[in-house]
Ligand binder design. Structure first.
Ligand code: GRG
Length: 300
């Protein structure tokens, strides 16, 4: 990596974001080869935006595990492909019907619905092509485990399942437990998988993998609680999306169910639990500590 361990977090984050952008630009099919419109749309959706939280987590967990940076490049791209696929589909008229994403027109607006559908499909399969790439891991069992982690986190027992629960919840009252179940799956599962993939890319014992997995579970939920707080408190211009939309759709959020103050307290509790989980790793976990702080105080 271009950054040394002494590099401050903002510079480290910028270096990982740049690195991920370059790896994605390299690993996505070029727009010059057929089918050009689909490849162009895949690159439009994926490149030039986003905070790259999942790649950041994979690199930071990989640092603890002593993983090769080139291996993490590929895993980070796979995670981002799944994430972007979910955003592209989530934005479609049959789901959230959003016109802006990452400050530019959503894929179905810029291209068309069918292309947006195919972009999501193709990004999802590209993710598994990347993870199953020959020679990516020295240990084939670990590589299979990483592929299984990503598959489970993305599918009906992970992100897609969480999205199904979310869609079914519109206009219905959810308990706090039901809301938590939804978010652990919809947003939390892929964030958790990002930590697991980074950790699996190195050489950690099972107990350490489990500890990092617990950390991933905490910050997966933390990410969503903070997102709900930001949605409830930021204005339209800051968010770059339609403020109050969730209220208009009667979508339950942490703020609507437990109130703003309790949501803030919950965020504090989750952040503390996440930080404490990292304590035994000492300085090796400083990037994950920094990312926890970044998630708590992120601007949007
Ligand atoms: C369509 C199968 C399928 C799933 C969609 C994650 C998801 C499930 C939808 C996203 C809806 C949404 C906006 C959720 C709020 C939290 C969230 C995941 C925000 C977007 O992630 P960021 O903030 O986005 O990491 P960037 O653009 O920075 O990558």
């Amino acid at each position: 990596m271009t950054a040394t361990p002494a590099t401050r977090f903002p510079e480290w984050m910028a270096s990982i974001q740049r690195r991920t952008e370059e790896a994605l630009a390299r690993l996505l099919p070029p727009a010059s080869i057929a089918p050009t419109r689909l490849h162009d749309a895949m690159r439009y959706a994926t490149l030039g935006g986003g905070k790259r939280v999942r790649p950041l987590l994979a690199f930071a967990a990989g640092e603890i595990a002593g993983a090769s940076l080139e291996r993490i490049d590929t895993l980070a791209c796979a995670l981002e492909c799944i994430h972007v696929y979910s955003l592209v589909h989530d934005d479609m008229p049959c789901m959230d019907d959003d016109v802006l994403r990452r400050g530019k027109p959503t894929v179905h607006v810029q291209y068309d619905d069918a292309t947006a559908l195919l972009v999501g499909d193709a990004l999802q399969t590209l993710a598994f092509e990347l993870v199953s790439q020959r020679g990516l891991f020295d240990d084939a069992q670990r590589q299979l485990r990483a592929a299984a982690v990503l598959a489970k986190a993305s599918g009906s027992r992970g992100m897609a399942g969480g999205q199904a629960i979310d869609l079914a919840s519109v206009g219905h009252a959810l308990s706090r437990e039901e809301l938590e179940f939804m978010h652990i799956h919809k947003t939390g599962a892929l964030i958790r998988a990002a930590v697991q993939l980074g950790a699996l890319a190195g050489d950690l014992a099972d107990a350490e993998l489990e500890r990092l997995d617990h950390f991933g579970k905490c910050i997966g939920l933390l990410f969503q609680v903070v997102d709900d707080i930001l949605d409830a408190t930021a204005d339209t211009a800051t968010l770059g999306k339609t403020a109050g939309k969730d209220a208009a759709n009667e979508k339950p959020t942490y703020v609507s169910i437990i109130g703003l103050n309790a949501a803030r307290e919950l965020a504090d509790e989750l952040a503390t639990e996440a930080r404490n989980t990292l304590t035994p790793f000492g300085n090796a976990a400083s990037r994950l500590q920094d990312i926890t702080q970044y998630i708590v105080s992120r601007p949007f």
